[in-house]
Ligand binder design. Structure first.
Ligand code: HEM
Length: 207
């Protein structure tokens, strides 16, 4: 496939947002607790990128256009990058680099542990996202990458624990996540294909 022109656009958007937030923090425009806002924004950004990554395959099924898949890996790697920055921001701004407090933190805020599980999952996916890993793992690659479904649920739980009272945003993300997961259920996916006449038209089963 030709080099997708929107790959640089994805790069520019994903790279510039954290820089913009940093700039706002530098300008004292993120409120009284800029570190917390930065950590929240990066966490929310990671979740949005995770959902976007998950929506690429259904978009391909719906439109039969391969361009969606061309940026799937890129979005996934940006999701991991945001999560890494979110974790670094947490350790630096919220924990103040006092790693000895980590045990106490995990007891007081169990959602940190849940976020950690999500991060470990994302690390596995990022580390096995290369073509080399795809070739090495063969059929097992798909099985490993099904981990993304569990990660979505884990991360949504992590966010719910944090936002609690302010759950309108959470419902939006959870609704999107559930819809995207349902689209992966074989019966639903097949019904969608039939509905769109994809199989009938092209005679080939899409990934
Ligand atoms: C070791 C890994 C992680 C740690 C230690 C961690 C820690 C935290 C903390 C402390 C907060 C609350 C910040 C506050 O006081 O407002 C938070 C919020 C959040 N985190 Fe994480 N997190 C981790 C992984 C993740 C991952 C992997 C994702 C998404 C892919 C994520 C998404 C979020 C979201 C969406 C919020 C809520 C942001 C908001 O209130 O707008 N976190 N996380």
């Amino acid at each position: 496939m030709r080099y997708p022109v929107w790959r640089p656009a994805v790069f520019a958007c994903a790279a510039s947002l954290p820089l913009y937030w940093l700039y706002l923090g530098w300008q004292f425009a993120l409120g009284p607790d800029p570190g917390k806002v930065l950590v929240d924004n990066l966490g929310e950004g990671a979740l949005v990128l995770l959902l976007l990554t998950l929506s690429m395959t259904p978009m391909q099924r719906l439109t039969e256009w391969g361009g969606w898949l061309a940026v799937r890996r890129q979005l996934g790697l940006w999701c991991f990058t945001y999560a890494l920055l979110h974790l670094s921001g947490y350790l630096y701004f919220l924990l103040g680099g006092e790693f000895s407090r980590l045990g106490e933190e995990l007891r007081e805020r169990p959602y940190v542990l849940v976020g950690g599980l999500g991060f470990v999952g994302l690390t596995v996916l990022a580390m096995t996202s290369s073509r080399w890993s795809m070739r090495r793992l063969g059929k097992r690659w798909k099985k490993v990458h099904r981990l993304v479904y569990i990660i979505v649920i884990v991360v949504l739980l992590h966010m719910l624990w944090v936002v609690r009272a302010d759950s309108a945003r959470w419902f939006l993300y959870a609704g999107t996540g559930v819809a995207l997961l349902l689209l992966r259920v074989p019966v639903v996916a097949a019904a969608l294909d039939t509905l769109r006449g994809i199989r009938g038209k092209s005679g080939r089963k899409l990934k």
